[in-house]
Design a protein around this ligand. Sequence first.
Ligand code: SAH
Ligand code: SF4
Ligand code: F3S
Length: 445
Amino acid sequence: MEKTSVYIETFGCQMNTADTERAESKFRASGYDVVNDSTTADVVLFNTCSVRARAEQKLYTRIGEIRRLRAGNEPLMGVMGCVAQLEGAAIFDHAPAIRLVAGTRATDRLHKLIERIKNGERRALDLGERQEGEVWDVSPVERHSRYVGFVPIIEGCNKFCTYCIVPFSRGRERSRDADEIISEVHRLKSEGFQEIQLIGQNVNSYRPKSDIGIAEFKGATPFSRLLRAVASTGMPRIKFTTSFPRDFHADIVAAIDEYENLCNWVHLPVQSGNDRVLRAMRRGYKVSDYLSRIASIKNARQKISLTTDIIIGFPSEESKEFEDTMRLVEQCQFDGIYIFKYSERKATPASRLVDGVTEGEKTARFLALEKLQMEIQKKKYSEYIGREVKVLVEGESAKSAIDLTGHTTCHKVVNFRGTAELLGKIVKLKISEAKVHSLYGELVA
Ligand code: SAH
Ligand code: SF4
Ligand code: F3S
């Protein structure tokens, strides 16, 4: 009998990418074919994001597109990920073409839902928790990259920032056991991976049930002990994202200083540069707390690059409060920032506030902040000209087929001329040109 083929389309953050890798591995282990083509697959699943309204709308656009494209030969369509967890059975009403809805902790049971439909059920829904003893086996062929592996260390979020849907779509924080994480890193190393990224909504809130695997490493927080344990595996490069400011302690910086393979990049979302807005967002820190975190990062022995996320137009954000954010960005001199216009999410506490900032004002603030950051980045990036950097060659550059692309240890994109046999290697490049979002370099013999 021919195998059923499954195609998963992924939106949203790295957690979704990692979930897709797990779901695909499970499908293959359960006798399915995993394919990369939505035009022929028997099953099409959308792994969805709900963080902003626009991310959610994408799901419905894609359902429509697949239905038109596959008219007369419609695949079995299903929704997984954050929209699935939040909307549940309501998706069946919004989009009758959808027959399967699986929440964020059902990645291991998708094949069972498909079996139910094959056995005659019209629709299948699973919003349950992960099961005891679930294995996080991801086969190397299912990884999104052959060189960079994502390793989830903590799922969910307990912070409940007032604007954010994630604590509802991902549930409470659950840390993976350290020994399990460390064996996954060993496995990735033996499979030839050059870099891993420890991922989670707040990696530095890591708090496992037991400290097996990290007990002998020094450091006040379990996260810094985990970093040291992971670094001791000898994996060439280790990055981690996202860090939460309130839980960002100096022992993390000390670990980065001590271990060559812990990369010198920290992503620390600030969201706003104004104390009243931070309080209304319920972020749990003040601007001065954030600045003291930044100072400890900037005082590290080695230069650590710093990136952040900012929300503009939070309900009731006044223009002078936005000016505080501008000042903070000026002061911190970030290597990169992601700016988001506030997007109201159903049932979050902020959705009960009056969204008093007009769309026009949001756009004006967005552009002003972007302009300021572009100036900062222009300066930052041009400081690299003439310097030598080490780059993991991850792929061919989007712009030109003979250019290769990769990241520095400080997570900057570098493009250079080279041949495909360099893929997966760490090369030394001398930077010859700087743009606002990327560098250009030449191979150093
Ligand atoms: N856990 C991380 C990231 C969460 S989602 C953190 O706390 O920083 C990634 C980013 O999306 C957030 O940092 C925030 O800037 C943005 N975001 C989350 N909810 C949003 C909303 N309702 N509107 C606009 N941006 C939002
Ligand atoms: Fe959302 Fe805040 Fe949790 Fe980040 S820390 S995922 S912004 S609730
Ligand atoms: Fe989106 Fe869910 Fe990630 S809402 S950002 S896919 S945790």
